[in-house]
Each structure stands twice: as C-alpha cells, then as structure tokens.
Write a protein that binds this ligand. Structure first.
Ligand code: ACO
Length: 403
C-alpha cells in the first residue's frame, strides 16, 4: 500500500492550503491591501485619492506603467487608447452567433477570447512592445465589446466609438446612444462611471487575476488569458456578486423583512449568504464600498430619484448587520459590490450587465498583472500540487471478470 502522505513528505515541503488562504503565488508591485485596516493602494496611492482626483485612463496608465502620468503622458496615452477603440468589422458577425437571450458575460468570454484570433502579433509575448500594444488594445476595445454585448441583447444596432468623448463618456454613448436621436452624456453620470471603473480596476491576487496569471504562465495569448479571467469573474462569489446583491435586495422587497433575512444568513443549516457582505482579505470596511456608497447617493440625487426602496433596504440591512454579533465576530462588512448594483440600475443598466462592467474595469488590472508576470524572470508555469485522497494502487481486473 502506498502511503501518499509519506510520499509527499519524502519529496520535501508540501503545503496543503485549500482556497490559497495563506499562499503567496507571486511578487507584485501593483496593488497593496491591508485587510485588517481596510487599506487599498495602487502603486502606493490610496484608492480614495485615485477615485477622487483621477479619471480612469490615468489609473490605467498608473497600473500599467507604475507612475501617474504627467500631462503630456496622459494626452499621449489617451490618444493611443482612442486609436484602438474599434474592433475588427468581422468580429461584429461573431455576435450574431449567440442567442439574443445569452448572458452578456457568456458573450464576453467568447468575443474577448476571439480577439486572440485577430491579433497574431500578440503571440510574441517576449517583445515588450507587443506586450504593451496588446495591453492598449485590451483597455481600448473592452468598452466597445461590452457595449456591443448590451446592444445585441436589446436588439439595437451597434454604435461605433466616438473618439471626441472621454473613455467613460464614450462607453455610455455606445451603450445608451442610438443612431435615431442625439445622446447627451450627463457629466455627473460619466464621472460616476469613471469612479466605478477606478474602484474595480485591480485587487491583487483575487480569483480572476490569479486565473489570468495561471493561464498566462504557460505563455498563452494575452487575449485568451483575459477571457479566462472573465470566465472566473462571472461566479456569484466573485464579480457576479453585484448582480446577486440586486436580486437579493429585490427579493427582500421591504425593510420589515430584513430581520428574517439576517436570521437566514446566520443559520448554519441554510446555505443563504448576505450577498455583498464579507471578503477573503478585508476584515474591515472595504474602502471601495465607502466611495461606492457616497457615489450612490450622488447618482440618485443627480437623477432626482428621491425614493429608491432598494437603497433604503440596503442601508437598513447594512445598519442591522453591522450591529449584529454574528457579523461582528466574523468581521463581515459590506464589500464593493454592495452598493454598485443600485447605482448601475439607476443609470439604466440591466442586472445582467453588472458583471460585464466589472470585467471592463478589471481588464486593466488583469493585463497589468499579466505583463508583470511575463516580465518576472523568476516566474514559472503555475502548477499547484494536490493532496491525493483517492484509491491507492489496485490490481487491474479485465472487463470480463468485473462485476
Ligand atoms: N453571509 C453570511 N455569512 C457569511 C458571509 C455572508 N455573506 N460571508 C462569510 N460568511 C461566514 C461563513 O459562513 C463562514 O462561517 P463559519 O466560519 O461559521 O463557517 C465565515 O463567515 C467565513 O466565510 P468563508 O466563506 O470561509 O470566507 P471566504 O474568505 O472563503 O469567503 C466570500 C469570502 C466568498 C467573499 C464570502 O464572504 C461570500 O460568499 N460573500 C458573499 C458573496 C460576495 O459578496 N462576494 C463578493 C466578494 S468581493 C469581490 O469579489 C469583488
């Protein structure tokens, strides 16, 4: 009989860490999180400062290049991004292969992966110039593809990007504009969009980023790696949580049902969890959630939405949960997804687009992490081990003698 554990012990060190709760997989200079203190820094800058003072392209530049751009660098970067906003015309036909009711995240997995078939030069990942071009293409094209996924789902014509608009304005225009009537982008909403993108831009080695790194560690095409990240993000325990939060708030329906919901969340025999609460790393208030809550009030104010029952339910739920022993003891605080759904709904996005917007914003984080990994000479192909708990060696029995 083979004792697998002895075998592992004989081969040197072996760490069994399901869910990688305490295993570092790489070195990184991009994002720092102190989960106990509720701190999030990108390249050393606090997320609150970036959300307050920067626009999204500046944060993209920062993540990709390591420093905030000066005015000339910013202009040049924005020019490069504008140059790449269009997608190959042939890709538009790719969309029509999907059912109209396909989830837009399913479409995104497909079309972003398909970019790898259009940009063969990106297979030369050893060339730093090509790596940067692939990164720029992704950041530039992802809003176009996300807006196309939306337009396809509602049966409206695709809108071509408008390069006289800012990154967020252009995305709102491609999503909500139509060829029939002029669409004027509300500056408060485009600023809120920018903030939402900034708050989702990167978050160190979360599940989808680790997926991108793992896929990229084999030398795969960067567009295919980002498609892998999108697939991972889709799950309700990760990026799909913003969609799940809104569904949950709608199901709760009224403030008086909150105690019952909180009871269910605490019941060990019930699989129900409070969506938008808890985080693997933050054991304090997620700093992104604080900015998101303030943005939520701004957007509803701008749109003149005085009574939003979902916001009332969310605020009451937060209040009750934060005073509850169970949530205090387990350090469960609202995360970034808790308020984002309410803002996105108010802006006119259907729930099925929420995770797409997350993917759009996170693309720059994914590709920055991918680039950093490729540039790290010590990086090996990712290859976790396992603790084998199956059968030990058995004698083979020919088919005729089984049963
Ligand atoms: N509601 C109720 N109880 C919870 C919740 C919740 N939202 N989250 C965690 N718990 C409890 C668990 O039941 C567990 O209890 P136990 O110790 O008695 O078994 C304990 O808190 C620890 O939970 P884990 O699942 O072990 O924590 P983990 O770090 O693996 O999970 C996660 C983190 C997935 C985010 C979890 O908190 C969760 O499912 N939250 C709801 C989904 C969500 O909002 N996801 C978005 C995360 S942020 C992002 O991806 C951008």
């Amino acid at each position: 009989v083979i004792d697998i554990r002895k075998l592992y012990a004989a081969t040197g060190s072996f760490t069994y860490d399901p869910g990688f709760t305490s295993t570092g997989s790489c070195e990184s200079k991009i994002t720092f999180i102190d989960g106990d203190e509720g701190v999030l820094l990108h390249r050393g800058y606090a997320i609150q400062d970036l959300a307050e003072h920067c626009d999204f392209p500046e944060v993209c530049f920062l993540l990709l290049n390591g420093h905030l751009p000066d005015a000339a660098e910013k202009e040049n970067f924005e020019g490069i991004i504008r140059r790449h906003t269009m997608v190959h015309e042939q890709l538009t036909r790719f969309f029509s292969g999907f059912r109209r009711d396909a989830h837009p995240m399913a479409i995104m997995c497909g079309v972003v992966g398909a970019l790898s078939a259009f940009y063969h030069d990106s297979t030369n990942i050893d060339d730093p110039k090509q790596r940067m071009i692939a990164s720029h293409r992704l950041v530039a094209k992802i809003p176009t593809l996300a807006a196309m996924a939306y337009k396809y789902s509602v049966g409206q014509p695709f809108m071509y990007p408008r390069n006289d608009l800012s990154y967020s304005e252009n995305f709102l225009y491609m999503t909500f504009g139509t060829p029939c009537e002029p669409y004027k982008v509300n500056p408060i909403l485009s600023r809120a969009m920018d903030k939402i993108f900034i708050l989702h831009a990167d978050h160190e080695q979360n599940a989808s980023t680790s997926t991108v790194r793992l896929a990229g560690s084999s030398g795969a095409n960067p567009f295919a790696c980002i498609a892998a990240g999108i697939a991972c993000l889709w799950g309700p325990a990760h990026g799909g949580a913003n969609e799940a939060v809104l569904k949950m708030l709608e199901e709760i329906g009224s403030v008086d049902r909150i105690p019952e919901i909180v009871r269910r969340a605490k019941d060990k025999n019930d699989n129900f969890r409070l969506m938008g609460f808890g985080h693997r790393v933050y054991k304090n208030y997620d700093p992104r959630a604080q900015v998101m809550r303030a943005t939520c009030h701004e957007v509803l104010g701008e749109l003149g939405i005085k009574d939003e029952p979902l916001l009332d339910i969310a605020m009451e739920l937060e209040k009750i949960a934060l005073e509850d022993e169970y949530f205090i003891e387990k350090k469960l605080y609202p995360n970034v997804d808790f308020y984002s759904g309410i803002i996105l709904k108010a802006m006119g996005f259907p729930t099925s687009m929420f995770t797409v917007l997350f993917a759009l914003a996170r693309t720059v984080g994914w590709i920055s992490q991918w680039k950093e990994m490729i540039e790290d000479k010590d990086q090996k192909i990712g290859r976790p081990r396992q603790l084998y708990t199956g059968e030990t060696r058995r004698d083979f029995v020919p088919l005729a003698q089984r049963g």
